[in-house]
Design a binder for this molecule. Structure first.
Ligand SMILES: Cc1ncc(COP(=O)(O)O)c(C=O)c1O
Length: 413
């Protein structure tokens, strides 16, 4: 049965999350931003919160803000608001630093918990920054480790063995949106006595990650994508409660000290998750991020994941029924349980198509060689947005406008 534009309007009319979209700024010019995998939308309350922080906090309180406002508690307070979105226990998440820095901290901390082992298992298709971090962490440890990079994500399980200290994976492939089975891969790591460290960036806020139920040891992820924390938002970091007091902090700064304001000259790690903090929290960025996390706090996250699934299935259905034309295929797995936050469409014209599509009012992203990514948010995307985006893609391809020379110079960002 063919899905029509009217069907999509009807889906929106019945959508239990439809009202949540009103919590976000809507583009006035009708542009459809399918870049939830990159920079999520701005919550409507963010400008007012930031203005209040700048005027009352920065201008009004200055240094007194640390004691009279709640600036110092931001990493934990916001971490506890991220926790339900990734299925974590309260007190097991902090927001701080960047995903790359947090990966570095937790990877080295994890390697030290398995001192007799010499292998880190990951995959070639992992996000390059994660691979660079692994190489840098290994260099700091005198290249004692073998970085075993699996060619095909589906064969990760076989690569883990008794020498594996850490299985370090991104949950979702940043090109194809292939999603690992977190539970199965974590179980496999544990069977071999290894620790499982996940980068949840392209999953959290779109699909379930259930880190506590899946017995994940360690996790990191970006705050600016599906969580909608704003450009350059702080990242989050998860440590399972059972490991928190065993794992030694790697970047030992004052915010992770057991008694920060006693100004001891000896470092003593704080108990629990707080030892993973290093320096001063990013107060302005945290205020923007909290605007989004307060929207998340009002939601039933299971409902959000169900909506995301329906939106991503809609992309697949519409492409399959030919709305984008015959040249477009689906580059993501067909099983929604094996897909992450975006759906990858395949077109040989990739970057140029994305550029031309941008001028047609749909913001998507390109990753080589041929992946056109539609990043979907359950918070603010409507079914009609998906329909119109796929239809506009069809228009761009049918007109051939994307072949104009000006689009071929576009670089992927
Ligand atoms: C999967 C993944 N990991 C890590 C990063 C890098 O994050 P950061 O720049 O916060 O270190 C990104 C950025 O897009 C990403 O997609």
């Amino acid at each position: 049965m063919t899905v029509t534009r009217d069907d999509c309007l009807a889906f929106d009319a019945k959508d239990p999350l439809a009202a949540v979209a009103a919590e976000f700024e809507v583009p006035k010019d009708g542009t459809i931003y399918l870049d939830a995998n990159s920079v999520g939308a701005m919550p409507r309350s963010a400008p007012e919160r930031l203005t209040r922080l700048l005027l009352d906090g920065w201008h009004g309180l200055r240094r007194r803000g640390w004691s009279e406002s709640d600036w110092l508690s931001a990493p934990r307070r916001l971490g506890d608001k991220v926790a339900p979105v990734i299925g974590a226990e309260p007190g097991s998440v902090v927001i701080c630093d960047t995903t790359s820095v947090n990966l570095y901290k937790l990877l080295i901390g994890a390697l030290r918990l398995r001192p007799d082992r010499r292998t880190i298992v990951s995959e070639r298709a992992n996000f390059p920054s994660d691979l660079y971090v692994m190489q840098g962490a290994n260099a700091v440890l005198d290249n004692r480790y073998r970085l075993k990079l699996v060619e095909d994500g589906k064969s990760v399980a076989e690569a883990v063995d008794d020498d594996t200290a850490v299985l370090a994976l991104s949950t979702v492939d940043f090109r194809s949106s292939f999603r690992h089975d977190i539970a199965a891969m974590t179980r496999r790591a544990h069977e071999c006595g290894a620790l499982a460290l996940w980068d949840l960036s392209h999953a959290a806020g779109a699909v379930p990650t259930n880190v506590a139920d899946n017995r994940v040891d360690l996790a990191v992820g970006c705050g600016y994508k599906y969580l909608c924390g704003g450009p350059g938002a702080p990242a989050y970091l998860y440590v399972a409660p059972a490991l928190q007091d065993d794992i030694q902090p790697v970047l030992t700064g004052w915010m992770g000290h057991a008694a920060t304001f006693e100004f001891d000259i000896e470092y003593r790690p704080a108990p629990g998750i707080d030892r993973q903090l290093c320096g001063t929290p990013s107060v302005i960025a945290s205020a923007a991020m909290e605007a989004a996390l307060d929207v998340w706090a009002k939601l039933d996250v299971a409902r959000a994941f169900a909506k995301h699934r329906a939106l991503s299935e809609l992309v697949v259905t519409l492409v399959d029924q030919g709305l984008a034309g015959p040249e477009v295929g689906i580059g993501s797995p067909s099983d929604p349980d094996s897909r992450g936050g975006f759906v990858a469409l395949r077109h040989a014209g990739g970057a140029a198509v994305v550029a031309a599509l941008g001028e047609a009012g749909v913001v998507a992203s390109f990753r080589p060689p041929d992946s056109v990514r539609f990043g979907l948010s359950p918070l603010y995307h409507r079914y009609i947005d998906v329909y119109d985006a796929v239809e506009r893609l069809g228009g761009v391809l049918q007109s051939g406008v994307w072949k104009e020379a000006r689009y071929s110079r576009e670089k992927a960002i």
